[in-house]
Design a protein around this ligand. Sequence first.
Ligand code: BG6
Length: 464
Amino acid sequence: MDKCLILVLGVTGDLGKRKLIPALYNLLATGQLDGCPIVGAALQSITSDQVLEQARPYIDQFDPVVWQQLHHQFSYLPIDISNLQDFKNLFSLVQAQLQLYNLSKKILVYCAVFESLYLSATAALAQVGILYKHAEDDLEWCRVVYEKPFGHDYKSVRILNDVILQHLNEHQIYRVDHYLAKEIVENIAFVRFTNRIFEQLWNFNHIEWVQIILDETLDIEGRGGYYDRYGVIKDVVQNHILQLVALIGMEQPLSLSGSAICDAKAQVLKSISCQDGILGQYQGYQNERQVAQCSSTPTFAALRLEINQPRWQGVPFYVKTGKVLGSKQTKICLKFKSTQEIGSYNGLISANYLTISIYPQAGFDLQINAKQSQVGHDIVPVHLNSYYSAGVFVPQVSRAYENVINDIRQGGRTFAVRMDEIEFSWSVSDQIERLQLPIFPYQPGSFGPQELIEWQSRWAFVWY
Ligand code: BG6
């Protein structure tokens, strides 16, 4: 694999310490970062050791030897994003590390800062020479990863992109969504398009509804400054959830490669409309640090979406997500229409359901009907399933951020979301905002606002 320097801007933030440092640690542990210096930069005036210590609780399988190696390869520089001199010092550190590791100029910058800082950070990195435009086949390269949310509405994303394009060429820009890097999510297109039994039935003739559930038990984890500005729609619906809707809703792509899948997803994203929904805010949210006292930011959403394309005529896509709910689960479920009654059988025959579960177990479950064993002819639902943990797929499922970093080092775009997809997703998010949906309080640890029950009975469905 291409050796490069990895620069994490905002390394002391939530994403840096919870996800990126643990991912880099895991890559080191498996020998995939040998000879790659890691540079971290953020506002906090602390030492390299202290930065790593803050991330240590998030390391799963702690090994002192790997930890030592991480200390050895990692250096940290406190910087203020508005201070150009700090960026000049960062450039010197980057150059020194490249020399020390005898590397040519190959730099992967991970922007783990607030989206509102993307412009100034990119401009400053370009001004000091860490970033520059280059041709796609140049041997030396610099690539920049921008986390979601990229922009904060339809208008802002265009401006953001135009300014970034003054400093970088499109092929150097990676707007990632870590959901696309989850093995099971990557697998959706493969399962859909390599199994005739699914693809033939994947339309309004056979599907009653689709549900996408991303329930979380976590609160906003001290991220009040960020969360209160964005809320649940911009935090997870505009990106993770709409990407899942697009993967389920897309037509067959020309191939199962990155850009063909982006083409197919974009067609779905531009056809999504939201007619109805309800929002919620957990009790106690307004006491969180950096949250406005009378904040009306939603932390819960249940929405009814439609894809305005022939394949999905009249099929609702129900999505639900929220913070501090009773259990953490992430899944997609498709309910197939019921079969016609058969002969003289009086018992209930369940519909078929296909569940793609992402968390806690990653895998597929198909609920079918069969005769109960031994006695009588009662028909009961049985589950045909396969989960990653059961060892049917790869034994060790690599984690999302490791996939992202490795793919981009090789110039891959598998987990990057294309600009047109992002624009379409923001227009859905803007549309939801314009609906001015009602917002209700809910108890931490519950299923969401009580009003959800009335809402779902109005649409005559239950969450699977
Ligand atoms: C992040 C959101 O993008 O996704 C978080 O900012 C959310 O608020 C997280 O908790 C959920 O990701 P995962 O992989 O834990 O389901």
